[in-house]
Write a protein that binds this ligand. Structure first.
Ligand SMILES: NC(=O)c1ccc[n+]([C@@H]2O[C@H](COP(=O)([O-])OP(=O)(O)OC[C@H]3O[C@@H](n4cnc5c(N)ncnc54)[C@H](O)[C@@H]3O)[C@@H](O)[C@H]2O)c1
Length: 285
């Protein structure tokens, strides 16, 4: 028996589809038969994703829009629906962050964090949900972060937005249920993407991301139970399930794609064991 995800003939919009997790999700959906609207602020990046989607045997359309511009984002969602004649799936993936202590962060910076991470999700959901409902129901996926589930020093406003995305996911799962729309979230931790490597503009080949500095790579091995950072394709695998008919009775869920960091809750590898005190002498065993 094949494991049919039921995607053939469906249509989706993915925001921030020009690189990283959004690109991986968009290409995976396209490869499974979904026509995908690729929303990105960087048209060149969206075009690279379109080529990858076509190479995967799929169909995709690039839609240039800054998700912080709610009118442009709404128009991009509407254009995808117009072009495909339906809309079944929305992936709210675009987001961004700059590291800074909260007391050193300007109001302009708080507001930009809120606009890109939170308001964009509200605007795209508001535009897309009626179109998904009129297409017979479907699925919305919000890409939040493990930072929305724990303290995040240097990332306070980003983490607050990601926590709000999880709350919004719960409420939308309830409010949109009567329209046949399931609403779920993904919570990645460190994932190898262009943005995660500090590459914020221009086309990027995911195969050619620069490696992490050795001290960072060693730290990831210590604090991620699975011993490595995640791949964007692993987020896409989880997204494919949540967006598919196979998750037909799953709504309001936030799925961690984090190698176990949330479960570890601060425990790190130390020698052959584990410790909460990485700088202290190991406990006698
Ligand atoms: N990579 C990680 O380690 C990680 C961990 C947890 C959560 N996340 C979340 O996953 C999502 C994607 O992250 P990523 O690492 O794949 O990002 P990325 O920086 O690699 O790619 C983001 C894409 O979004 C586009 N984009 C940026 N600003 C935009 C805007 N204003 N309007 C439209 N498009 C815009 C960029 O051009 C790019 O193509 C984000 O919401 C991020 O917070 C990432």
């Amino acid at each position: 028996m094949t494991f049919d995800l039921g995607f053939e003939g469906k249509a989706a919009v993915v925001t921030g589809a020009g690189a990283g997790i959004g690109q991986a999700i968009a290409v995976a959906l396209a490869g499974a038969g979904v026509r995908v609207g690729l929303v990105d602020i960087d048209l060149q990046r969206a075009e690279v994703t379109r080529e990858l989607a076509e190479r995967a045997g799929g169909t995709a359309t690039s839609l240039a829009a800054d998700v912080m511009d709610t009118a442009a984002l709404t128009e991009a969602v509407t254009a995808a629906h117009r072009s495909f004649g339906r809309l079944d799936i929305l992936v709210n993936n675009a987001g961004g962050v700059r590291a800074r202590r909260f007391l050193e962060q300007s109001e302009r910076s708080w507001r930009r964090h809120i606009d890109i991470n939170l308001v964009s999700m509200l605007a795209a959901t508001s535009a897309a949900a009626p179109l998904i409902a009129s297409s017979g129901g479907g699925s919305i996926l919000n890409v939040t972060s493990i930072e929305g589930r724990r303290a995040a020093p240097m990332y306070a406003v980003y983490a607050a937005c990601k926590a709000a995305m999880i709350s919004f996911t719960h409420t939308m799962a309830v409010e949109l249920a009567e329209h046949g729309i399931r609403v779920n979230a993904l919570a990645p931790d460190h994932t190898a993407t262009a943005g995660n490597r500090g590459i914020l503009t221009g086309p990027v080949d995911p195969e050619a991301l620069p490696p992490r500095p050795p001290d960072r790579a060693a730290a990831v091995r210590r604090y991620v139970p699975l011993g490595r950072e995640g791949a964007a394709a692993e987020c896409a695998d989880a997204a494919m399930y949540l967006c598919s008919d196979r998750a037909g009775y799953v709504t309001g869920v936030t799925l961690n794609v984090d190698g176990g960091t949330a479960a570890a809750g601060g425990w790190v590898r130390s020698g052959a064991g584990w410790t909460l005190y990485p700088d202290a002498a190991p406990l006698a065993q």
